[in-house]
Ligand binder design. Structure first.
Ligand code: SAH
Length: 216
């Protein structure tokens, strides 16, 4: 084995993503570049490159790598894009987005998660990400518009006030369905003609909840 080959767990990671249908080279490269072990709890580092969701602080989860790669691929990101993420969690999805877009604003309702993600993203040189403490379901009107919007917590329906922040030519992706159980990943594309809606795959996300969390 030559020294510039990735370690075996990262090679398996790539193989799993490809086998599950991720084919966008830029997305695959980014998934290889972003160190997921830095976004999980210390006790989960050994399992960081398995294709599963893992627990993080405040009873939340870092998404399964396949779902991160799939949602990113569906966004069809370009270098000039401004992206909004609702649900920072660990900051992992935001780090992936930051490598493929111009700027990322990511919103989290738990202060503890927002603060930890901000430090991590700074340490990993993701300087084009802004982490904001707030309620992504009820953002101030002066925020946006965005080329891409990604919601990484389950919503029963896509909030109108997010759709309104989408540029013409924009794409929004969100897990839509009941808070408990299975949701359908749904993609909205805005064109001059209106909004086109497509249902993609089934996923399981933690719920999007209203308001900034009172707990630290
Ligand atoms: N994208 C994350 C995983 C998301 S888990 C990652 O890469 O690690 C979903 C996150 O959405 C949780 O951290 C949860 O606190 C947050 N969340 C739920 N409702 C929210 C809301 N209304 N506004 C902002 N964040 C919210």
């Amino acid at each position: 084995m030559t020294s510039n080959q990735p370690p075996p767990e990262k090679m398996m990671f790539q193989l799993t993503l490809r086998r599950r249908g991720i084919s966008d080279q830029a997305v695959l490269r980014t998934m290889e570049e972003v160190p997921r072990e830095k976004f999980v709890e210390a006790s989960d580092r050994d399992g960081a490159y398995r294709d599963s969701a893992l627990p993080i602080a405040c009873g939340q989860t870092i998404s399964q790598p396949f779902v991160v790669a799939y949602m990113t691929e569906q966004l069809q990101l370009q270098k000039q894009h401004r992206v909004l993420e609702i649900g920072t969690g660990s900051g992992y999805q935001a780090a992936v987005l930051s490598k493929l877009a111009r700027e990322v604003l990511t919103v989290e309702r738990y202060r503890k998660l927002a603060d930890a993600a901000r430090v991590r993203l700074e340490m990993l040189d993701c300087h084009n990400v802004e982490v904001m403490l707030g309620d992504g379901l009820n953002l101030p009107p002066n925020i946006g518009p965005f080329d891409r919007i990604i919601v990484t917590a389950a919503v029963e329906r896509i909030p109108e006030n997010l759709i309104e922040r989408l540029e013409v030519g924009g794409i929004l992706i969100a897990p839509v369905g009941p808070h408990q159980g299975v949701q359908t990943l749904t993609r909205l594309s805005r064109s001059d003609a209106g909004i086109e809606r497509r249902e993609l795959v089934e996923v399981r996300f933690v719920p999007a909840l209203p308001g900034v969390a009172r707990e630290l």
